[in-house]
Design a protein around this ligand. Structure first.
Ligand SMILES: *[C@@H]1O[C@H](CO)[C@@H](O)[C@H](O)[C@H]1NC(C)=O
Ligand SMILES: *[C@@H]1O[C@H](CO)[C@@H](O)[C@H](O)[C@H]1NC(C)=O
Ligand SMILES: *[C@@H]1O[C@H](CO)[C@@H](O)[C@H](O)[C@H]1NC(C)=O
Length: 767
């Protein structure tokens, strides 16, 4: 051969070169015009080229094909049959609407497929046929609303399937059948409100499931129980309100995210069937109180409660004790009460979790009792009796027919019902015996039902009823027999009705009544014996009526009364006589009445029992020096803001005061205010009390002005610290200006009763 070619040495070289060039050129021609091809890495990149089809001339040996940002619309069957060696295929932003059956057929080596940001709405049965090596499939940000059975049946090696930001509403049974190696399934940001019981059937290797940002209203217990290997489950941002008994039953689950939902309550056994749980995130829900978890979660180490309105009183003590005992770290802070608000739950010791008021205490006791009460009887069948147009939840014993336009009280609720919610219907009146067969109801809601009348015995038979809500109706009177047959009723809500007269004598049949709410009615008077028959009443709420007269004998019978709210009425004076027999009064509110003057000993009958006194926003012009006489070491809070006081009465007997509010009063910084100035010194408070008058002292802190030192008895006061203080030679004549000025004075007293200064000042002033 060589010899034969030797005769044309000059010419043979040329054709060989041409041939070589030709080969390269042919190869180069295999790179589609708009694309960039790397012959070494074997990649082809055709990004943002408006291609309307998969380029047919891609070299067969290509392993990575990037087609992002084109306009392909539809992937036909066998779209990639010329590139069987592909391992990576990127098809994001290609306006793909439809992936035909067998579109990827022949891609037996493909490992990674990204279809995000297209318009795919249905995943057909054979859409992903042939992808027998695929490990990751991304279909995020499409419009998928339907997954046909068997869509993923050929993807036996898939580890990750991501379907976030689609329009899935429900997942049918067996939807993911065939994913024998799946590890993580991402379904976040869809509209899922229902998962079939077998929705995730066959996913024996799944260990992570993301279902956050969906519309699930209930924890899908049955569905989840079929996922034996799941360790992380994310259900954040679903609108669940309640987590029932043993809802989470997942053997290997270690991390459960239930944050940013609407949880108002959870059963103490909610996670007790998930023995591997270590982290439970309940942050950003509506939980006020959380009970200690029952046994069953020995590994639990962290409980996140951040962003819940956790109310740190005695209800929370069992949880805190349990957390200490079980070494569970509580993450979060208290939302209330005021003195604990913002405190880290971890920093609070159980004895600090207390209930102050009697009512709260009783509520807590009641809840404790019902928690320890007989265990709920086994339900023979899961189906629960429920009238039409109502929703009944067997597990939590709640039945609701809220806002359904019922004109008659529906019948046929399960006898187990504990909470019956009928608010927002149009009953107009409640006939006798309207609630047969529901003797276990504890809480009955009848707000906003346009009720004008309650017939005698309307509620009879409700032996377990404790809370009755009749607020926002049109009731103007009550028959004495209206509440017949409610031996346990404790809290009665009648606010926002049409009462013009106090419904005297209607509570005789309620021996257990502790709290009566009648706010925002139009009651004009409290006549003698108003509380006849309500001897056990502890709390009476009458804020927002038009009461201008309280008979001296009005409250006589209720000697246990500890809370009386009369704010926002038309009283002209403190009803001292009516308070005469109330030796247990703790919380008296008279805010917003038009009481201009409080005389001597106005609160004397309340002696040492009174804890809180509200006398704010009344236009109060004068309080007698001894108006608070008789109130002693019991008083904790005194509210006097928003009045027209130039002076304040003697505060010296109030040795346990923790909160005093004098804001928005035109305080006259002159000798008559000396007792306040001395008192401030004595209690060593950092008080920012400001003067409104005389004009040259306007805006100055009472504590800083020099004027009091010149008053008889004020000599012992320390010199004013500021050089700017004008010298007050003589007390100035009263200069009356009604200019309102002031700041909130609110401070805690130190425990030690007297300071050295106080003793000194006493001695000096006596000298
Ligand atoms: C793709 O089409 C858009 C709209 O028709 C056009 O603005 C853009 O220049 C085109 N891009 C290419 C690479 O042809
Ligand atoms: C109830 O009170 C409202 C407002 O005070 C009044 O308009 C209405 O007529 C009253 N209804 C009845 C039934 O008394
Ligand atoms: C009474 O009415 C006032 C003003 O509308 C409202 O702020 C307050 O919450 C009402 N109180 C009750 C108990 O309904």
């Amino acid at each position: 051969m060589i010899t034969r070619t030797m005769p044309f040495p000059d010419n043979t070289f040329v054709p060989l070169l041409v041939l070589a060039l030709l080969i390269v050129a042919t190869h180069a021609a295999k790179c589609p015009q708009q694309c960039v091809c790397d012959q070494i890495q074997l990649t082809v990149t055709c990004v943002n080229k408006n291609l309307t089809e998969v380029p047919p001339t891609v070299d067969e040996i290509t392993v990575k094909l990037d087609l992002r940002g084109n306009d392909i619309q539809e992937l036909p069957t066998g779209a990639f049959r010329h590139t069987p060696y592909l391992t990576h295929l990127s098809l994001q932003r290609c306006n793909i609407r439809r992936v035909k059956e067998g579109a990827f057929r022949g891609l037996g080596r493909l490992v990674f497929l990204n279809l995000a940001n297209n318009n795919i709405d249905i995943l057909y049965q054979e859409s992903f046929d042939g992808l027998s090596s695929l490990k990751q499939l991304m279909i995020d940000r499409n419009r998928v609303e339907e997954i046909q059975p068997g869509a993923f049946a050929q993807l036996g090696f898939l580890n990750l399937l991501s379907l976030t930001h689609n329009q899935l509403v429900y997942i049918p049974n067996m939807a993911f059948q065939g994913l024998q190696n799946i590890k993580w399934l991402r379904l976040s940001h869809n509209s899922l409100n229902y998962l079939d019981i077998e929705a995730f059937a066959g996913l024996f290797t799944l260990n992570r499931l993301s279902l956050d940002h969906n519309e699930l209203q209930f924890f899908p217990t049955e569905t989840m129980t079929r996922l034996p290997e799941v360790t992380r489950l994310d259900l954040s941002y679903n609108p669940m309100t309640y987590l029932g008994e043993e809802s989470v039953s997942m053997a290997k689950l270690s991390h459960l995210f239930l944050d940013h939902m609407s949880l108002q309550d959870l059963a103490n056994t909610a996670v007790s069937k998930s023995p591997s749980l270590t982290h439970l995130d309940l942050s950003h829900n509506q939980l006020r109180v959380i009970q200690p978890f029952s046994e069953g979660t020995p590994k639990l180490a962290r409980l996140h409660l951040t962003g819940n309105p956790v109310y740190c009183n005695c209800y929370m003590r069992p949880l805190r004790e349990w957390a200490i005992r079980s070494k569970v770290k509580l993450v979060g802070t208290c939302a209330g009460p005021l003195h604990l608000s913002g405190e880290l739950l971890e920093a609070i010791q159980p004895p600090e979790l207390r209930c102050q008021s009697q009512e709260a205490m009783l509520k807590a006791e009641f809840e404790e009792a019902s928690r320890r009460g007989p265990p709920p009887t086994e339900e023979p069948e899961r189906k629960v009796k429920c009238p039409s147009n109502c929703v009944c939840e067997a597990e939590i014993h709640h039945s609701s027919c809220e806002n359904h336009g019922h004109t008659k009280v529906p019948r046929g609720f399960s006898p187990d019902t504990r909470l019956l919610d009928l608010r927002g219907n149009n009953f107009h009146y409640i006939p006798s015996n309207s609630f047969p067969g529901v003797s276990q109801v504890v809480s009955l809601h009848l707000q906003r039902c346009k009720i004008v009348e309650l017939e005698d015995g309307a509620f009879s038979g409700m032996k377990g009823l404790i809370y009755l809500y009749l607020s926002e109706n049109l009731i103007s009177s009550l028959s004495p027999e209206a509440f017949k047959g409610l031996p346990q009723l404790t809290y009665l809500h009648l606010e926002k009705n049409n009462f013009t007269i106090f419904p005297k004598g209607s509570f005789k049949l309620l021996p257990g009544l502790l709290a009566l709410h009648l706010e925002n009615n139009s009651i004009a008077k409290l006549e003698a014996n108003s509380l006849n028959g309500a001897e056990g009443l502890r709390a009476l709420y009458l804020t927002g009526n038009v009461i201008d007269h309280v008979s001296p004998k009005a409250l006589e019978q209720a000697t246990d009364l500890d809370t009386l709210h009369l704010a926002g009425n038309k009283l002209k004076e403190v009803p001292t006589e009516a308070l005469r027999k109330l030796k247990n009064m703790k919380d008296l509110r008279l805010s917003g009445n038009t009481i201009r003057w409080v005389g001597p000993n106005a609160f004397q009958p309340l002696g040492i029992s009174l804890r809180e006194l509200y006398l704010d926003n009344m236009g109060l012009e004068k309080m007698s020096h001894s108006s608070l006489a008789g109130l002693g070491s019991g008083l904790r809070s005194l509210f006097l803001e928003g009045n027209n006081l130039e002076e304040v009465p003697d505060l010296h007997p109030l040795t346990s005061l923790e909160v005093i509010n004098l804001a928005d009063n035109p305080l006259m910084c002159d000798c008559p205010l000396l007792p306040l100035r001395l008192w401030i010194e004595k209690v060593n408070l950092k008080v920012r009390a400001t003067c409104a008058n005389p004009p040259e002292l306007k805006g100055r802190r009472v504590k800083d002005v020099h004027v009091f030192k010149a008053c008889p008895g004020g000599e012992a006061l320390p010199s004013a610290p500021s050089a700017k203080t004008p010298k007050a030679t003589k007390p100035k004549p009263m200069h009356l200006s009604r200019a309102k000025q002031g700041k909130m004075l609110k401070s805690k007293l130190p425990k030690k009763p007297k300071t050295k200064v106080a003793k000194k000042s006493k001695r000096l002033s006596m000298a």
